[in-house]
Design a protein around this ligand. Structure first.
Ligand code: ZN
Length: 350
């Protein structure tokens, strides 16, 4: 298959489609993922038993409170379950899902294609690498040019020999502070952005300064910040002035943890906000004129988020959050930008 760019189109796992046909889009989800890199085995015996049980109603409350301490919860590997879950998104009016799963956490191009065919939901796959902790052993030897070539290959030729092309770069995994290899991947992502015209989706480290350090590196290596989506802002920046500063850089602001309603967050001193607080953040940004830069998602990476396991599922924003945003005074025009227009701009290959 020849290398090619789909300029003016969005590139799904089933091929290029018109950006106008994407519909309501969730910009950061995981359909199939092996997230065991995040497993934190409990210290005490009785909890170690729970940690290795399959997720079910007898342990669901324990799993939900700290969802990284159950191994089974970290794996979304059953295709039929995910087809059912994505079907609920479709029935709620959803059109497109960005699967942000990158190298290191089980990215599955052919699996995503099968899910897309079975559900008639567009799926856009990510290119590039997740955080340093899951980089391959050979990462030290890879040069920035080699990494850029690989990312370009995934966008213009396809991932390995699957023939399935990525449609966005990322989520590119970053920790705080950035490691040397993560810096290489970020610079390579900027180079690939310039070459392919795809946007970059970032998983920032857990520090308020992390998004700024990342944007400096991207712009310093020639990347276009208007084509960068900064993910996980709900757990990263809790100071409105800093979010506005970030918005002024031109990047997209992604509030992508909707549905995470437990305040305990094992990786940071900060409490995880709830959906009411997220709606308030978005409302503030809309009122300040930034609705053209905000996108929304649920970052589903574990079983406890799925409807099948008592979660709110991929349709949560469409079923539950959109009506609340409406009631809070966010207009349909602004909602349409955040759910349809901004994602279509992000996904259009330029
Ligand atoms: Zn992430």
């Amino acid at each position: 298959m020849p290398k090619s760019k789909s300029v003016g189109m969005a590139q799904t796992v089933l091929g290029p489609v018109s950006p106008q046909s994407l519909g309501k889009t969730s910009t950061h989800e995981h359909l199939l993922i092996d997230f065991v890199c995040m497993f934190r085995e409990p210290k005490v015996a009785s909890e170690i038993k729970l940690a290795y049980e399959p997720v079910d109603l007898t342990n669901l409350g324990w799993v939900r409170y700290d969802p990284f301490r159950n191994l089974d919860n970290l794996r979304l590997v059953d295709e039929q379950t995910i087809i059912n879950e994505v079907g609920l998104f479709k029935r709620a009016g959803g059109g497109t899902i960005i699967d942000a799963t990158t190298i290191g956490i089980g990215r599955d191009p052919l699996g995503l294609a099968r899910i897309s065919r079975a559900t008639s939901v567009n799926v856009v796959m990510g290119a590039g690498y997740y955080v340093d902790a899951v980089h391959p052993d050979t990462m030290d030897e890879k040069s920035v040019d080699m990494l850029a070539d690989q990312i370009i290959e995934e966008l213009t030729f396809g991932v390995e020999d699957t023939g399935i092309k990525a449609g966005i770069i990322g989520e590119i995994g970053c920790t705080w502070p950035l490691t040397a290899n993560e810096k290489k991947v970020l610079i390579a992502s900027s180079m690939a952005q310039k070459e392919t015209g795809a946007s970059i989706l970032i998983h920032p480290g857990r520090n308020e300064s992390a998004p700024f350090e990342i944007l400096d590196l991207i712009s310093g290596s020639g990347g276009d910040l208007n084509r960068v989506v900064m993910g996980h802002l709900d757990r990263t920046i809790h100071d409105l002035k800093k979010v506005v500063e970030l918005a002024e850089s031109g990047c997209y602001l992604e509030y992508d943890l909707f549905g995470w309603e437990t305040s305990f967050y094992p990786f940071s001193d900060l409490d995880m906000p709830n959906d009411g607080q997220r709606i308030n953040w978005v409302k503030n940004l809309v009122n300040m004129g930034y609705s053209g830069q905000v996108v929304l998602a649920q970052d589903i990476w574990g079983k406890h988020f799925l409807s099948r396991y008592g979660g709110y599922g991929y349709a949560h924003i469409l079923n539950n959050i959109v009506p609340r945003m409406n009631e809070s005074g966010i207009s349909n025009k602004d909602l349409n930008k955040m759910l349809v227009g901004n994602p279509a701009n992000i996904l259009t290959i330029v």
